[in-house]
Design a protein around this ligand. Structure first.
Ligand SMILES: Cc1cc2nc3c(=O)[nH]c(=O)nc-3n(C[C@H](O)[C@H](O)[C@H](O)COP(=O)(O)O)c2cc1C
Length: 380
């Protein structure tokens, strides 16, 4: 099937992926209130239709932190993508590069920073703060050596929120026996995925942090190791030691409150991502799109402001730009696309969003995304 929309890619992923991975991607924390808000609040924003302007020429590009985006969207860090399609991070990174947008590699990617950099385009690198600071230093140094242009420091996960779907699917907390049986059933019932992952997709480890977890065989063991090793003691002061080893731009990911945004400016960050981790952390917090204008009011002009959470179409991208985002990131849309069919479908997802963005710009009379502002929106 040729996907017409991001929701088609989600359905295709549901069919091709084992249940544990589909639910891991799709789900949020607790009752999934914030996950729902991210999408519903975005839908509730009205675009303002304008007509009879010469819209022959459109400019969808933005430049930020020395990076050129052909459309104002990037692929957000998503853990374990190499379990959704073989060498998933490499495939997604190739699709992003071809579309002229950045790919951000997660600390917990299956492919290591070096493997993704070997595609010829070093990824942005996302850092989780783990207790072992020596290891963290090494990781940052590796990202630098691999040529990563931007370090994304995720701050909204000092401890993981509970995801009920992962417990129910057996992804987390299952006994070794149940895990083995689930894997066997998944393998037999999803032959296309099994062939792709087990013939072309090994090793199934968390590439960049594999050295820190030497006694693990399964990718889920790595995740539980990471879960036990997140560092809750982290403060803004820790940005200082990151600075000692990283001289490039730092983007703080997971800001929802204007006071924290001001602290990010004080800490010397070059950018921040307004984000609630796709509704996967503190359930009940604001949607990203509601938080965004408050943060733009507080620190707009002092650093680059991006957002993620609930972007499902090019129309949503334009709404976020109108509310002051410099660019947006997507998480689930590319993870679903990868699960639906690898690089080809990630490319298709970016093509869909790009085409939708162009139409939204034409029908709102917006010739350049860089000039998008609140005048593109209507009050309901
Ligand atoms: C399956 C999955 C794994 C994720 N893994 C990470 C991660 O390793 N690091 C991180 O900073 N954010 C991670 N996130 C959050 C995304 O970077 C992003 O904030 C979120 O997905 C945006 O919301 P959206 O899915 O509605 O686009 C993950 C999200 C998903 C769905």
């Amino acid at each position: 099937m040729r996907a017409a929309s991001v929701s088609d890619l989600r359905e295709m992923a549901r069919r091709r992926l084992p249940n544990i991975f589909f639910e891991y991607i799709d789900g949020g924390s607790y009752a999934e209130v914030t996950l729902g808000r991210n999408v519903v609040d975005m839908e509730a924003i009205a675009l303002r239709q304008r007509v009879m302007r010469d819209m022959t020429k459109l400019d969808t590009s933005v430049e930020t932190l020395g990076q050129k985006f052909k459309i104002p969207i990037g692929l957000a860090p998503v853990g374990m993508a190499g379990m959704y399609a073989h060498r998933g991070e490499v495939q997604a990174s190739r699709a992003a590069t071809a579309a002229g947008v950045p790919f951000c590699l997660s600390t917990v990617g299956v492919c290591s920073i070096e493997e993704v950099a070997a595609t010829g385009t070093p990824p942005w690198f996302q850092l989780y703060m783990l207790k072992d600071r020596g290891y963290m230093r090494e990781l940052v140094a590796r990202a630098k050596a691999a040529g990563s242009p931007v370090l994304v420091f995720t701050v909204d996960l000092p401890t993981p929120g509970a995801r009920y779907r992962d417990t129910r699917s057996g992804f987390t907390g299952a006994s070794p026996l149940r895990s083995a049986l689930t894997q066997l059933r998944d393998g037999v019932t999803h032959p296309a995925w099994t062939w792709d992952l087990f013939v072309h997709g090994r090793p199934h480890t968390l590439g960049s942090v594999a050295g820190a977890v030497s006694d693990s065989r399964r990718v889920t063991d790595f995740l539980s190791w990471i879960g036990r090793n997140f560092d809750r003691s982290v403060t803004w002061k820790d940005i200082d030691w990151v600075r000692e080893i990283w001289d490039g731009p730092i983007v703080i990911k997971g800001i929802l409150d204007p006071a924290d945004a001001r602290d990010a400016v004080k800490a010397g960050a070059q950018g921040l991502i307004v984000s609630n981790h796709g509704g996967r952390q503190l359930d009940g917090v604001l949607s990203s799109v509601v938080a965004l204008p408050r943060i733009v009011d507080a620190v707009g002009g002092e650093l680059e402001i991006y957002m993620d959470g609930g972007i499902r179409s090019g129309l949503d991208v334009l709404k976020a730009m109108a509310l002051g985002a410099k660019a947006c990131f997507v998480g689930r849309p590319w993870a679903w696309a990868l699960g639906a069919g690898g690089e080809k479908q990630v490319a298709r997802m970016l093509e869909i969003i790009s085409a939708e963005l162009a139409v939204a710009m034409i029908l709102t009379g917006c010739k350049s995304v860089r000039e998008a502002g609140p005048d593109l929106l209507d009050r309901l």
